[in-house]
Design a protein around this ligand. Structure first.
Ligand SMILES: Cc1ncc(COP(=O)(O)O)c(C=O)c1O
Length: 432
């Protein structure tokens, strides 16, 4: 397959659906460009007008195994024939129980699992868990972070003030710390010193305004997602973890976007060689079926029956899709994502040499950010032009952060398909 589009987009049917949407849908929906899907196969999506697109966004880093993977379809169909839903908060059932066992085994044991339906729900559960267990009121998070949109999760989110505007007061007791972004270092630091500068800032907070023994947990994304696909400096996270341990502060790794094989390892934290006290997984875990998993160290399980619950969380069909996804990830898909990701990253870095307006290329596995700004200037317009032009040529991209594009294709992307995407990107860059 190859991308094939009749321009200008949108076509007539897509235009009609977009117009109908304007009449009935909440104005809060974003529409970065007028794409209206009809069906998908592998890493390709066809729109309602019969145009064919190569998908480099995977429904925001969700569709791990692409569209209509036969193994996922088979698992979903088989479970749907047995039962879709018997509330897992009330009753144990096989597909979801064995999913919990499988996830705990992946972490080497010693964890417990609570299932939800979305990343946000996983984060909400994590907030309640760490407060309940520690009895401490404060939570730490990074600027640039995205942890979700419900009021608790939103209190941690700090990627755009627009997400928070009009919704205050949010949860009290959340303190934000500058993220050690090597491309745009905060605190007057350089890319080389930014990690140390942030750790010193945190110690300064602890000395002056924030008693560390009153902090329950630090929530962080091992690679910032919505914030722009930003990788912290090597070694930073393990130093941060050591610092937190000194004060009994729990580390919550929000692996909603970076987990489930996206970076070429099951968890992005594995690249740092450290373990978190709490993990939240969602997005890619079940190839598009809604499920999230909160995994917490056994010792943190002080909440009692009824302290937290959900009707749909851990729904059986989603759990079956997660099993099929894990089968594929464990059957070589993670290594494949690492290989294709390395190829893409190297090729994109080569493109950067030819097109200097591409300010930064960064990432791990198939979680790659292209930044069209400079350390001093954000340039969202240039970035938006890249996304729009790529769409018109049959490549689906998505924005992230102030000036970046995220490359987050299904992990089944082949090297040949990656090359197709690179070709389109190069064409777009030549036109700019
Ligand atoms: C790191 C991270 N955490 C949490 C969320 C929220 O997940 P959801 O949209 O499934 O509620 C997202 C969504 O983009 C995310 O990227």
């Amino acid at each position: 397959m190859k991308p094939k589009v009749t321009t200008p987009l949108p076509g007539p049917k897509a235009r009609e659906l977009m117009e109908r949407g304007q009449a009935v849908l909440s104005p809060s929906y974003i529409r970065p460009y007028p794409f209206v899907p009809a069906r998908g196969q592998g890493v390709f999506l066809e729109d309602v007008d019969g145009n064919l697109f190569l998908d480099f966004m995977a429904g925001i880093a969700v569709n791990t195994t692409g569209y209509a993977h036969p193994k996922v379809l088979e698992a979903v169909r088989a479970q749907a024939e047995r039962f879709a839903h018997v509330c897992f908060s009330d009753f144990t059932h096989e597909p979801t129980l064995s999913l919990a066992e499988r996830l705990v085994a992946r972490l080497g044991g010693g964890y417990r699992v609570f299932f939800g339906n979305s990343g946000t729900e996983g984060i909400e559960a994590a907030i309640k868990l760490v407060r309940h267990h520690t009895g401490r009121p404060y939570l730490l998070a990074f600027t640039g972070a995205f942890h979700g949109r419900s009021l608790g999760a939103l209190s941690l989110t700090a990627s755009k003030s627009a997400y928070r505007k009009g919704f205050s007061p949010l949860l009290p007791g959340v303190v934000h710390v500058p993220f050690p972004n090597p491309f745009r270092p905060p605190l007057g630091a350089s890319p080389e010193t930014v990690g140390e500068a942030v750790l010193e800032y945190l110690e300064h907070l602890f000395r002056t305004v924030l008693p560390p023994e009153e902090v329950a947990a630090f929530f962080l994304e091992p690679i910032q997602g919505e914030g722009g696909y930003v990788v912290p400096p090597a070694g930073f996270l393990s130093k941060l973890k050591a610092l937190l341990e000194r004060y009994g502060i729990l580390l919550v790794a929000d692996e909603v976007q970076s987990g489930a094989g996206r970076t070429g390892r099951f968890l992005a934290l594995e690249h740092e060689g450290i373990q978190a006290d709490v993990y939240v997984l969602a997005k890619g875990l079940a190839s598009g079926y809604p499920i999230s998993a909160l995994l917490f160290r056994e010792e943190l399980g002080s909440w009692r029956p009824g302290a937290h619950g959900t009707t749909f969380g851990g729904q059986a069909v989603a759990a079956a899709a997660a099993h099929a996804t894990l089968d594929l990830l464990e059957g070589g898909l993670m290594e494949h994502a690492a290989r294709v990701g390395t190829y893409l990253l190297e090729e994109l870095k080569a493109l950067q040499k030819r097109f200097p307006f591409l300010g930064d290329v960064r990432g791990r596995g198939l979680m790659i950010g292209l930044d069209f700004g400079t350390p001093e200037e954000e340039r969202p317009h240039l970035r938006d032009q890249v996304v729009e032009r790529a769409f018109q040529k049959g490549l689906l991209l998505l924005q992230a952060g102030p000036s970046a594009v995220r490359i987050a294709p299904p992990l089944i992307l082949s090297k040949e398909e990656a090359a197709m995407g690179l070709e389109i990107l190069e064409e777009v860059f030549r036109e700019l």
